[in-house]
Ligand binder design. Structure first.
Ligand code: DOR
Ligand code: ZN
Length: 338
């Protein structure tokens, strides 16, 4: 039977939530991933050392094994002092910037993306070598939000050439093209944006479990993302943006944004890379690129995938709640060796 060993998989964009949901989803990531960059958009968001260290401890306790390293992030604020960031430097891998109101729990994000407004915190980050992760969408027409953000990425990248910037969950050809224009620009891409377009979300019956921010785009965008990922573009890393919400918040009027992919991510990536004859590039995409970009040396963790059917559960349960994963109820052709 065909096998493939994933060496030290890293998920460089992950929502682990808190409390009972955290207890369900942390083990589903820690089972296969060696580490993850954890998003700070809790309610309230993570903006203090106390909150960050306490959250990290809850994640470690919830993950159920000590072979999973949560790499923590702070929620960007304009008025972090240099002294505070200096104190935080060794506790965090990056700071995540959200434009206010752009997605789930981002209400207290930045009101303006004007470089001068952001300058105090960005200058300190640049001096201290703290990378900046950005949710890059304007509040324009939904299909154009990422494209409209490109000039903002350019202005920050050129104003702060020493600041490492990560364009999070890119969804467009424009973003892929921008990677090669600035040395200090990098990106993550999700599994779902490598697989789906807007047609899969809304072309037939509405699929709430595929609704996310940024929304999936056009076939030519997906092709550009896929080509970059399959060829292990050195400035592109895997970041699942696995974003679980309870089933009743997805299957309702006013569906929450987010696709829950962590339990199926490696199996589906193996299938995608294999079908495209690029399995040899999977370890760069899910691990080596991130190690180089973030200068991160994770502890080695080998996960053996086998070409054997895996039936994705209809839902995962915690307390009285259900959480529906991508490919719920479907059969995948790769599974994790238990
Ligand atoms: O779809 C999304 N869900 N996009 C985000 O940016 C946030 C995430 C969430 O936290 O649910
Ligand atoms: Zn996210």
């Amino acid at each position: 039977m065909q096998t493939f060993t994933v060496n030290t998989a890293l998920d460089m964009h992950l929502h682990l939530r808190d409390e009972e949901m955290l207890k369900l989803v942390a083990p589903l990531s820690s089972k296969t991933f060696a580490g993850a960059l954890v998003m700070p958009n809790l309610v309230p968001p993570i903006t203090t050392k106390e909150a960050l260290l306490a959250y990290k401890q809850r994640i470690i306790e919830a993950s159920g094994n000590d072979e999973f390293e949560p790499k923590m992030t702070l929620f960007f604020k304009n008025d972090y002092s240099y002294e505070f960031l200096e104190e935080m430097k060794d506790e965090i891998i990056a700071i995540k910037l959200y434009p206010a109101g752009i997605t789930t729990n981002s209400e207290t994000g930045v009101a303006s993306m004007d470089v001068e407004e952001l300058r105090p915190t960005l200058e300190s980050m640049s001096k201290l070598g703290i990378p900046l992760c950005i949710h890059g969408e304007t509040n324009g027409f939904v299909m154009d939000r990422e494209k409209e953000f490109m000039p903002i990425y350019e202005s920050i990248a050129s104003a702060f050439p020493d600041l490492k910037i990560i364009m999070e969950h890119i969804t467009t050809k424009d973003a892929v093209n921008l990677l090669d224009k600035y040395d200090n620009l990098h990106a993550t891409v999700t599994l779902h944006h490598l697989l789906i377009t807007l047609d899969d979300v809304a072309g037939g019956m509405l699929q709430p479990h595929l609704f996310c921010k940024p929304i999936a785009k056009r076939p030519e965008d997906r092709s550009a993302l896929l080509e970059a990922a399959l060829n292990a573009h050195s400035k592109l890393m895997f970041g699942s943006d696995s974003a679980p919400h309870p089933k009743h918040k997805k299957e309702c009027c006013g569906c929450a944004a987010g696709v829950f992919t962590s339990p199926i991510a490696l199996q589906v990536l193996a299938d995608l890379f294999e079908k495209n004859g690029k399995l040899e590039n999977l370890n760069s995409f899910v691990s080596l690129n991130a190690q180089k970009i973030y200068n991160y040396k994770p502890k080695e963790k080998l996960i053996k995938l086998i070409k054997k059917d895996f039936f994705v559960p209809d839902a995962y349960r915690y307390n009285e709640e259900l959480v529906v994963p991508m490919f719920a109820g479907e059969k995948l052709s790769w599974s994790i060796e238990e």
